[in-house]
Design a protein around this ligand. Structure first.
Ligand code: CP
Length: 299
């Protein structure tokens, strides 16, 4: 494994290895961290807003004893003077040992990897993919439900067109036996065909049967920044709202996930319910990204 660009690239055995390494990293954090990456530098280049992905990549590198350089606002980058991203990547690749990258456009992580002398970790490319998020999502699901060990029903709800995390996670879950995927979204923001398989279920409304029968419900935010038509966004933004009443229809052992940030599609009154696992899910970003950094650096 060199670059991490798409969920397509993982094999089952690589995923098993990463999950088990992430679990070791969780213990390592408890034990006070490590100096595995002492002398190594992570370059964090984020050209779209981020809280979790950037900070958990940075914290992961620091927990491994390494250092971080970052560029988080394109207005302070030489790209505002006309430098193309390819040149920025070449340069940062000569300053850092690994690059975590978030870009505005689908496909830009792949372009960056072509020019980078060091591994590029795709931290979200526009409406394309978010493969490192799908690894922490898999880690979270594995903690509560043995993926591939028994039938597992997963329902994705919300903005499935622009929500890049669901694109990557659907690909990853297909590698496991017995996983049944349901996509719940109005037609205009339904899962793009390239991520749908013939046995997936497509629904337009969140039926009670889906709430009752799913082991995992993965909700997403309406990606306001990717809508061309703000009127359409306003019409859709409350298409699905998880309130305690809605969540009470889920099984007690089922889990409600969300990549965050949420706006108001999951009410704060849901946070204390046993199904609400989205904050724990976000916390898994650190051990999973520690495992990933160590793997791509061959450590
Ligand atoms: N889940 C996620 O990508 O969050 P951020 O946009 O805060 O990085």
């Amino acid at each position: 494994m060199k670059h991490v660009l798409s969920a397509d690239q993982f094999t089952r055995s690589e995923l098993d290895g990463l999950m088990s390494r992430a679990s070791e990293m969780e213990q390592m954090i408890q034990a006070g961290g490590s100096d595995l990456c002492r002398g190594r530098i992570l370059g964090a280049l984020f050209y779209e807003p981020s809280t979790r992905t950037r900070l958990s990549f940075e914290a992961a590198m620091m927990r491994l004893g390494g250092s971080v350089i970052s560029e988080t606002d394109v207005t302070f980058s030489s790209q505002t003077k006309g430098e193309v991203m390819e040149d920025t990547i070449r340069i940062v690749g000569s300053y850092a040992d690994v690059i975590a990258l978030r870009t505005k456009e689908k496909g830009e992580a792949k372009l960056a990897a072509h020019y980078s002398p060091v591994p590029v970790l795709n931290g979200g490319d526009g409406s394309g993919e978010h493969p490192t998020q799908s690894l922490l999502d898999l880690y979270t699901i594995t903690k509560y439900h043995g993926v591939g060990q028994r039938p597992l029903k997963v329902a994705f709800v919300g903005d499935l067109k622009y929500g890049r995390t669901v694109h990557s996670l659907a690909k990853i879950l297909r590698l496991y036996d017995g996983v049944e995927l349901t996509f719940v979204a109005p037609d205009v923001i339904q899962m793009p065909e390239e991520y749908v398989a013939s046995d997936d279920r497509i629904l337009h409304t969140l039926e009670d049967s889906v709430l009752r029968e799913s082991d995992v419900i993965y909700d997403t935010r309406m990606q306001k920044e990717r809508f061309d038509d703000m009127e359409q966004y306003q019409q859709l933004r409350h298409a699905f709202v998880f309130t305690p009443e809605v969540v009470s229809k889920m099984q007690e052992e089922a889990i409600l996930m969300h990549p965050l940030p949420r706006v108001d599609e999951i009410r704060q009154s849901v946070d204390a319910l046993p199904q609400a696992k989205y904050f724990e899910q976000a916390s898994h970003g650190i051990p999973v990204r520690m495992a990933l950094i160590a793997e791509v650096l061959g450590l």
